[in-house]
Design a protein around this ligand. Structure first.
Ligand code: DC
Length: 226
């Protein structure tokens, strides 16, 4: 039986991490851990409990008390916050805006990283985020760093939202992607960074299937070594 590996998938917003992590985890029969969803859960809890985004201590306390779990379902993985399904509630524009502020607080990151390590330590997991290969699991057997141009990522986001009937402007969507990159790259604690041993895949112009095949090939090669 092949070893249960830790697969780390990092990269900026819109590079395809969520879709690919989900697909790869499904093919391998691994648990998919969306670490961005965990920071979103803390932001949602703060919003619901009226904790101010500038109250670092309050947010730290909150992040240590929340219980976040992922459970597979017919419609994909669901995110449970204190046993309540918040998979949709964590995707609102308000929560998306609040999350980078919450994720920049060192004590919040420490609490989330501790939970992520606990969930992933036995292997058989695909974790997606910004700091998985660099901080959470620097010894992960497979480290992928997905990138794509800001224009391509903006176009993908635009297509996704317009398909849902949301009226948005393409230029603004691209500008927002660039702003999120700036926040992710310049934050002092665990900024988005490609670790030296991660394999970079530029997804610009590639289909999901093409990228998925490349990742699965990398996992297969690693399985032969382990
Ligand atoms: O991937 P996402 O858009 O759901 O991430 C939400 C926010 O959380 C985004 O601002 C980046 C941040 N994040 C992080 O700081 N570290 C991670 N491991 C994952 C996400």
């Amino acid at each position: 039986m092949p070893k249960q590996l830790i697969v780390a998938i990092d990269g900026p917003s819109g590079a395809g991490k969520s879709t690919l992590s989900r697909c790869v985890a499904q093919v391998l029969g691994y648990l998919n851990i969306d670490t961005g969803a965990m920071y979103r859960c803390v932001a949602l809890a703060a919003q619901r409990q009226g904790v101010d985004p500038s109250d670092a201590q309050g947010l730290a306390r909150l992040s240590r008390s929340v219980r976040i779990r992922f459970t597979p379902s017919a419609t994909g993985e669901r995110v449970l916050l204190d046993d309540v399904d918040v998979s949709d509630a964590i995707r609102t524009p308000e929560v998306s805006l609040l999350t980078p502020k919450v994720a920049a607080i060192p004590a919040v990151r420490d609490a989330m990283v501790a939970q992520q390590r606990k969930m992933g330590e036995k292997g058989g997991v695909v974790l997606e985020g910004r700091d998985i290969g660099s901080v959470v699991f620097p010894a992960a057997e497979v480290k992928i760093f997905l990138i794509a141009t800001a224009e391509e990522r903006g176009r993908r986001r635009f297509a996704e939202l317009t398909a849902k009937g949301v009226q948005i402007d393409l230029a603004r969507t691209i500008a927002e992607i660039k702003e999120r990159d700036r926040l992710d790259i310049t934050r002092t604690h665990s900024p988005l960074v490609k670790s030296a041993d991660a394999i970079e895949i530029d997804t610009t112009g590639l289909t999901i299937d093409q990228v998925q095949q490349r990742i699965l090939q990398i996992v297969q090669n690693q399985n032969r070594i382990c």
